[in-house]
Every structure is written in structure tokens, then in C-alpha cells.
Ligand binder design. Structure first.
Ligand SMILES: C[S@@+](CC[C@H](N)C(=O)[O-])C[C@H]1O[C@@H](n2cnc3c(N)ncnc32)[C@H](O)[C@@H]1O
Length: 261
């Protein structure tokens, strides 16, 4: 699946609140989410860094990426304020790489998880992500609902030819517990922190964040068109303030946010 409908509100209402947000997407496929998200971040964020990880970087995606005029890629001569980097490897390898842990420790503001849809992978991704995230990181995990919610899927068994033979993935790990939702629910239950989880009717992902530090709600103005006119309201530290007054409150206390209003 993909996070259809979320890219505009994530960029406009959440990422734009950070000085230079860092985003990690696990599982890019052909960029159904990455491309609109990069477009929206370009519109709403002055600076950002997007990191994408997939066991196979598909040419349909990488060719389109090179056509985004203001996006700087590794190897470009000029440095820019809007950057992206892509890794052809598995999430487990990327997340366990020491140099990346050091470089991005506590720095990722938004993480999107949509790689291999099984209990073992998702549970371990969440555990390993603790090295990279901070108390206001927003997680969006696809397939919380839907066909992989309670059942494991292994892309080496069900994917396209290039995914079945992929050298970055090992043998499937089958556990007694199965499915993406069970992995997420177990992770949340065992975590030392309290979490909030939000799901929107009719969509598969869940959004999750640490309860005492961030608070989100998605407001749909028109149910029939769902995300077309929706907005995400972001609060922090449980203060009942809306996004329009957020900057006034946070300019001295929360250094990660801009006070640019
Ligand atoms: C459902 S698609 C992702 C769709 C994408 N997130 C979107 O919104 O359009 C799953 C992708 O995850 C990749 N993948 C599967 N297992 C992975 C793993 N362990 N690490 C990184 N990528 C993985 C697959 O190659 C595939 O491209």
C-alpha cells in the first residue's frame, strides 16, 4: 500500500514546524509516497533531508528523482538546502549500521515504515529506530490494518522476481506471533514510554507518537473527500493550542521548532 492522502498534511502541518526536518522512509517502491511528499516538502519546508531505504531502488523512481529541480542528491556539485539520499539495502542493515546510528542519532523527525510486512521485521525496525528518533518523532506505519495486519508476508516469497531473489534479505523469520498490527501493538505495550496511536477510518496506516511530547489530530472538513481538505493539528506537551498559535508558545522552549510566524 502507500500512505495515500497523507503527504500534503505531513509536509504542510507537521514537517514545516521543524527547522530542517529529517525524514526516513523504509520501503520506497516506485515512489508513490516519496514523490508527492518531496514535492510538498519543497513547497512547505525551507530546508529538509529525505532518506529513503529499499532493497531495490527502482529506475522508475530514481529517474524521476533526478528531475526534481531543487533537490540535491549525493554527488551533486552544489550543496543545497533540500537534500535526499537513497540506500539500496534492507532496513535491518541500514538501522544497524554504526556510522548511520552516529550520524542520525536522535535526529529523525518523521519515520515511515512500509518495507517487509511481517511481525519480525516490523517489531525489530521499531526497536532499532530508537537509536534514530527523539521524543517528538512522528511514526507512520503502513499496513496496521489491511491484509498484513494479522498475517505475515515475506517479500522474498510473494514479491516480484527482483524481490524474490534479492540479496539484501535473508530467510523469512516465522514466529508464533504474526502481522504488522501485532508487532506494533507489542512494541508499544513493552515500550517504557506512553504512546498515542491514531488511525483514520478506511485507511491502513497508523500514526504514533510519544504521548507527553506531541499530540496530533487530523481534521476532515469534508468526509466524502477525506484528505482533500483536511488538516493536521499539532500540539506539544499536551497544551491545548492549535497550530496557528504554536509558534508563539514554542520559540524559547522548544528549539527544534521555528518561530517564523
Ligand atoms: C509496499 S512497498 C512500499 C510503498 C511505498 N512506501 C509507498 O508509499 O508508495 C514495499 C517496498 O518495501 C521494500 N522492502 C521490502 N522489505 C524491505 C526491507 N526489509 N528493507 C527495505 N525495503 C524493503 C520493497 O522492495 C518495496 O519496494
Amino acid at each position: 500500500m502507500s500512505y495515500l492522502g497523507y503527504s500534503k498534511i505531513l509536509a504542510r502541518d507537521f514537517l514545516s514546524l521543524f527547522d530542517k526536518p529529517i525524514i526516513l522512509e523504509i520501503g520506497l517502491d516506485r515512489g508513490q509516497t516519496a514523490l508527492p511528499l518531496l514535492y510538498n516538502m519543497s513547497l512547505y519546508c525551507d530546508e529538509f533531508k529525505f532518506i529513503g531505504v529499499d532493497i531495490k531502488l527502482q529506475s522508475e523512481f530514481t529517474e524521476q528523482i533526478t528531475q526534481l529541480g531543487d533537490l540535491k542528491l549525493p554527488g551533486d556539485k552544489e550543496r543545497g538546502k533540500k537534500e535526499a539520499e537513497f540506500y539500496e539495502t534492507s532496513s535491518m542493515t541500514w538501522l544497524s549500521t554504526k556510522s548511520l546510528q552516529e550520524k542520525y542519532r536522535g535526529k529523525i523527525d518523521l519515520v515511515m515504515i512500509d518495507g517487509d510486512h511481517n511481525y519480525h521485521t516490523v517489531y525489530n525496525e521499531l526497536k532499532m529506530l530508537e537509536n534514530f528518533t527523539h521524543e517528538r518523532t512522528l511514526y507512520i506505519c503502513d499496513d496496521y490494518y489491511g491484509k498484513h495486519s494479522q498475517l505475515d508476508n515475506f517479500i522474498t516469497e510473494t514479491g516480484a522476481e527482483f524481490q524474490r531473489n534479492n540479496k539484501h534479505l535473508g530467510e523469512p523469520v516465522r514466529l508464533e506471533k504474526k502481522g504488522v498490527k501485532n508487532a506494533i501493538d507489542d512494541y508499544l505495550r513493552e515500550s517504557p514510554w506512553e504512546w498515542s496511536v491514531l488511525t483514520c477510518d478506511g485507511t491502513e496506516p497508523c500514526l504514533m507518537w510519544r504521548k507527553d511530547h506531541l499530540n496530533l489530530k487530523i481534521v476532515f472538513n469534508d468526509d466524502k473527500r477525506k484528505f482533500r481538505n483536511s488538516k493536521m493539528v499539532v500540539k506539544f506537551n499536551n497544551n491545548p493550542i492549535s497550530v496557528s498559535t504554536l509558534f508563539g508558545y514554542c520559540d524559547t522552549t522548544i528549539p527544534v521548532f521555528n518561530n517564523k510566524k
